[in-house]
Design a binder for this molecule. Structure first.
Ligand code: MCN
Length: 778
């Protein structure tokens, strides 16, 4: 493979050998001298007042070093940080979380006390010795009931469970709907439940905290997606100087958004280390992970769509009800508002889009970002709307989509939601997917199978999503990215990124970007991340932003160093810098290629100043911050084909086509891997996963026996295709792909099952029992 073709090459991930041979270091692998262990006592109730806590027996237990409750933290540890608190109630403190429950517990799994002991087993035993008296309270579990007056209140002092209700006047949209009806058009409506799911990363959360009293400095290892934000907020929570806090993120065994958060356990281990003078470790177990790590989705949505009789959708109305759970985590309050509402028009040029939104506290674990965060919910609604219009008009769902798409020449396009889409070719992706599966023949086959009594269903989902944040003002702290690139004397390139990849493969793709610029092998480049002491200020990895924003910073830093190297090479070759080109690891003079100097020689000259031409600053190092002017909008079409067994209700995905467009692909193999993983999580929500609480707030899905995750034998081989539509919001033209699969998959699978049963809509998860009952009308 030529160096010039390095961007766009499907090279294998450089991070994988250490991961698959067990040589990687995760938080639980960190063992420090004298390290203590923390275990957490969690609420067994969904909603209860704490009337007393007796820790005497636990304290006396041999091997226990300390026991802490909320009382011990008062004035010493601040509340859990919230990235963007919305007015009015939230800014007044509603939903704010103390690291240990103070006076009241609000969900099953709410931390009440911690035990610090010589080992994990002692700590666990001592947790059982803590005696808490609870006065159980009625719980608000069903989100629509929790909105009603008279429902149990999580925060009595505010008199409501609904901190933010956005209800714009509806006269205009009502008129649009009335006109459609008057002109013989159709109105379709439905209620969709986007059920609560648990992110379930393979590695659960974990923290090790080591505080050195001598210099008031804290080192904290955490399985996190946001090292710098964690450092900044944690310093504030603990009253430490920011530069005395070092956050290190070692290998992370998946995050999927749930580690884009600052949890109680980070401050609690740090506090315990500050108090005891010894390092403290906490590792979450699977039960805790299912109960007390954030959950995703959980929206109830009402949709109405109005279309002319020939299928043009002219108006949509949505009521988005977002279940926040019990407290605010980092982005809990803004997921629906910032990521669902702007995307409600999907890929379609709908002139009138109306949405109202309520965000509601309930006695369940907090919700927050889970792969897709708000966009899967929007996509599900608008895609179901397109299917319902097609169903009503007896049209093919692919044709209705094609008719309503924003056209390629309309970009950049401001949607009726206010979102400004950068570029797209939605019809191109749908056409490609239809070609790949031979859609028209498949519909014929479906008719044939139906006539034989077989249930074959086809689901189409065309999605567009918002990613690559962020432009100025997107959050109170700014979401730029940074890169420091240093070229060593030997010619190796050290890349320090402020982003924090945790499975996405940027150690490989970022190296490809640099290799391409300098014409050197990928192996000569090292990508470093996840240590706040050595990497420049960054905002982390989430929202499929790392390549579009962090990758651009690296690209720009490389360009800057390339220019300097050209100046050095020009002096060495007695030529003018404008006449120097870089190719295949050599700087050459245009027109006389035999006059050249190797990349490593230029690097050596820059770093050994004795041979450097006068007037040139020694060294090859630069730092670049990149803040994009706008977000990017990747898109694609997924087509899913299912068969349902009439006797058992068991569904099987028999084919799955995904065509995704993330602009030019830096590494097609990695993109494919990201799409595969994303699709599996989308299928997981459509077919298997659901967090269930009973009416009192007991968690009924607290193990993997009750919470069904998709497993390999249940999945088909994915057939992938792609189109390439670059963006101009960054010089690489790239859009994100990390969440695309999850966003595209769920509506395609849901549509396929409804189609198989000949129904308009079936709420997820599409489990055999539900399908069997529908088939047999039980
Ligand atoms: N890429 C590429 N060409 C493009 C776009 C991306 O080659 N045009 C490559 C990137 O360089 C990177 C990968 O694809 O190697 C994903 O990049 P990007 O779309 O920038 O997404 P992020 O790196 O920001 O990843 C975040 C995204 C999110 S939000 C979740 S959630 C998620 C995901 O990625 N969580 C994951 N993928 C995951 N994959 C794993 N293994 N584990 C997780 O926790």
């Amino acid at each position: 493979m030529g160096i010039a073709a390095i961007v766009g090459s499907p090279i294998k991930r450089r991070e994988d050998p250490r991961l698959i041979t067990g040589q990687a270091t995760y938080v639980d692998d960190i063992k420090l001298l004298g390290m203590l262990h923390m275990e957490v006592l969690r609420s067994p109730y969904g909603h209860a007042r704490i009337t007393s806590i007796n820790i005497d027996e636990a304290r006396k237990h041999p091997g226990v070093v300390a026991v802490y409750t909320a009382q011990d933290l008062k004035g010493k540890v601040g509340n859990i940080p919230v990235a963007a608190p919305l007015p009015p109630y939230i800014t007044e403190g509603m939903g704010r979380r103390t690291p240990l429950a103070d006076g009241k517990v609000r969900f099953y799994g709410d931390p009440v006390a911690v035990v610090i002991a010589e080992n994990r087993y002692i700590a666990r035993d001592a947790v059982d010795l803590i005696d808490v008296d609870y006065e159980p309270l009625p719980a608000a579990i069903n989100v629509e009931k929790a909105m009603q007056p008279g429902s149990p209140l999580l925060y009595e002092e505010f008199g409501t469970n609904v901190p933010v209700a956005i209800h714009p006047p509806a006269e205009d949209i009502d008129k649009v709907f009335a006109d459609v009806v008057a002109n013989g058009g159709v109105v379709v409506k439905d209620r969709f439940v986007n059920q609560r799911v648990a992110p379930s990363s393979m590695e659960t959360r974990g923290v090790v905290a080591e505080y050195r009293k001598s210099d008031k400095a804290l080192s904290l290892w955490s399985s996190s997606q946001i090292p710098h934000l964690l450092r900044n907020y944690l310093a504030e929570q603990l009253g430490l100087q920011q530069h005395k806090v070092r956050v290190i993120v070692p290998e992370v065994g998946g995050g999927f958004g749930c580690k884009l958060n600052i949890y109680p356990e980070e401050a609690l281990t740090a506090f315990a280390s500050m108090q005891t003078g010894r390092p403290v470790k906490w590792i979450e177990d699977r039960g805790e992970s299912l109960a007390a790590t954030i959950h995703g989705r959980d929206q109830v949505n009402y949709m109405e769509a109005a279309a002319t009789k020939d299928g043009k959708v002219v108006g949509v109305k949505f009521h988005v009800i977002s279940d926040l759970g019990s407290y605010l985590q980092f982005f809990t309050d803004v997921i629906a508002i910032a990521f669902t509402l702007p995307m409600l028009s999907g890929c379609y040029d709908i002139p009138n889009v109306y949405s109202k939104c309520d965000i509601v506290f309930t006695n369940k674990a907090p919700t927050d970002a889970y792969r897709g965060a708000g966009r899967p919910e929007a996509t599900y609604m608008i895609e179901r709307a397109m299917d319902l219009v097609a169903f009503e008009l007896k049209r093919d769902p692919a044709d209705v989509r094609m008719q309503n798409f924003v056209k390629p020449d309309q970009f950049p396009h401001t949607m009726a939601t206010g979102a400004l889409y950068d570029s797209g070719n939605y019809a191109g992706a749908l056409e490609k997917a239809m070609d790949m599966i031979d859609y028209r023949s498949l519909r014929e086959e479906q008719k044939q199978k139906r006539s034989e009594g077989k249930l074959l269903g086809i689901g189409v989902s065309s999605y567009v999503e918002i990613c690559g944040i962020g432009p100025k003002g997107t959050t109170p702290f700014g979401v730029f990215e940074s890169a420091r690139v240093r070229i060593e004397q030997t010619g190796t390139v050290m890349v320090y990124t402020g982003t924090s990849p945790h499975g996405q493969g940027e150690e490989t793709t970022f190296a490809q970007l640099v290799a391409q610029e300098f014409g050197i092998p990928v192996d000569d480049i090292l990508v470093m991340h996840g240590d706040t002491d050595s990497t420049p200020e960054g905002r982390g990895t989430y929202g499929s932003r790392t390549t579009a924003v962090g990758g651009t910073a690296i690209y720009q830093a490389s360009l800057r160093l390339k220019e300097k190297m050209k100046t050095i090479a020009a002096a060495m070759l007695e030529a003018s810098p404008e006449d120097i080109t870089v190719e295949d690891g050599k700087f050459s003079v245009v027109g006389s290629e035999q006059k050249s100097v190797a990349f490593a020689q230029v690097a050596a000259t820059a770093n050994t100043s004795n041979t450097l031409a006068p007037g040139i600053e020694p060294g090859l190092e630069t730092t670049v911050f990149f803040e994009p002017a706008a977000c990017t909008f990747p898109f694609g079409t997924h087509i899913c084909v299912v068969e349902v067994d009439k006797e058992t209700g068991e569904g099987e995905i028999v084919r799955y086509i995904a065509v995704d467009d993330c602009g030019p692909q830096i590494n097609p193999l990695i993109v494919a891997g990201q799409v595969h993983g994303g699709i599996v999580q989308g299928i997981g929500q459509a077919m298997y996963e659901e967090v269930v609480y009973d009416e009192e707030g007991q968690l009924l899905t607290s193990t993997f026996m009750d919470y069904a995750m998709p497993i390999a034998p249940e999945l088909p081989l994915f057939e992938l295709g792609h189109t390439v539509t670059p963006t101009d919001v960054n010089p690489l033209g790239v859009k994100g792909v990390g969440e695309a699969g999850t966003i595209g998959a769920t509506p395609a699978v849901a549509a396929a099952f409804a189609d198989a049963l000949g129904l308009k809509h079936i709420d997820m998860p599409l489990k055999p029992e539900k399908l069997w009952r529908l088939i047999h009308q039980q």
